[in-house]
Design a protein around this ligand. Structure first.
Ligand code: GUN
Length: 293
């Protein structure tokens, strides 16, 4: 059994990006520039955005953080997006989600110029990805695909079960795993109304768990030798930690790991790859090249 080291892989990719940026600067080109809009002071969003800014530094990118209070109007946000769309010094930008209830997230997402949508959330990018055209692919599925590639895990012709059907992980993951030029696998998507999830999982060579239910996937659901990718990051109370909580994946790691050929841990598996893929998308945006894999 091999534990897939997402942290080490992410560090390696950030170093590769840094080298590429160094070469760009030596050629006299401008560094990639990522902007992030953060609304309010949600603890999770603050941490994510801080880590994105730090990743920009690690990669040699310029970054700009634009903050608004919780009472920002949708109009103000839309005006800021229009400004960023028109600013040639910004290669890509993100609006950190979730947004306050009075703001329509879909409207905001669709206002972003698809060529600067490094989150890959705009319907134009989602649709282009789904039919195999060059597009920005959202960071989590792209990170998982990259981990599978870097660990030389064969996916072509394999049976893959995706647990979960969210717009930012389950659906794009299933699309990518299905497509000939990426996963080339036979994909089954399971969700809360799938009656026989255990049987579906037992048939799978690759299981990608993204349902947000802590320790959902147990050893009795996994075929010996399977590859298991854990996308879950639920905070569960843990009195032994200074923070009072720990991150629990969707996989019961202790029981499942001994049965696997490869498994991603939580933390240190998929998580570190997501920000690193955002950096990769930003580099591509800078290079005006929307081929992202
Ligand atoms: N909130 C949680 N994850 C993400 C992400 O990947 N992008 C944005 N914009 N917001 C998020």
């Amino acid at each position: 059994m091999t534990i897939i080291d997402g942290k080490a892989t992410a560090t390696q990719i950030k170093n590769e990006i840094r080298e590429e940026v160094k070469r760009m600067v030596e050629r006299g080109e401008r560094r990639p520039h990522l902007a992030a809009i953060l609304v309010g002071h949600d603890g999770g969003s603050e941490t994510y955005v801080k880590n994105k800014v730090l990743a920009c530094e690690a990669c040699g990118f310029q970054s700009t953080l634009i903050r608004y209070e919780d009472d920002v109007t949708e109009r103000e946000l839309m005006d800021e997006i229009a400004r960023l769309n028109a600013d040639d010094s910004i290669d890509g930008f993100i609006v950190q989600l979730p947004l306050p209830k009075h703001i329509d997230e879909q409207k905001v997402t669709e206002a972003i110029n698809p060529d600067k949508d490094v989150d890959g959330f705009h319907p134009m990018n989602v649709g282009r990805m789904a039919i195999g055209l060059p597009a920005f692919v959202s960071a989590t599925p792209l990170g998982i695909l990259t981990l599978l590639q870097r660990y030389d895990i064969k996916t072509s012709g394999k049976k893959c079960v995706v647990l979960g059907r969210s717009n930012i992980v389950g659906k794009p993951m299933a699309q990518l795993m299905m497509q000939k030029q990426y996963g080339d696998a036979t994909v089954t998507v399971c969700h809360s109304h799938t009656p026989d999830i255990k049987e579906e999982c037992l048939r799978a060579d690759i299981i990608i768990a993204a349902i947000g239910r802590p320790a959902f996937l147990t050893a009795d659901m996994v075929k010996p030798g399977a590859v298991v990718v854990d996308v879950g990051t639920t905070r569960v109370p843990d009195a032994t930690r200074k923070s009072g909580f720990r991150l629990q994946g969707d996989v019961d790691f202790e029981s499942v790991a001994p049965k696997c050929s490869f498994i991603t841990p939580v933390p240190g598996g998929v998580g570190p790859m997501t920000i690193c893929m955002l950096m990769q998308n930003t580099l591509k945006a800078r290079q005006n090249n929307s081929t992202h894999l």
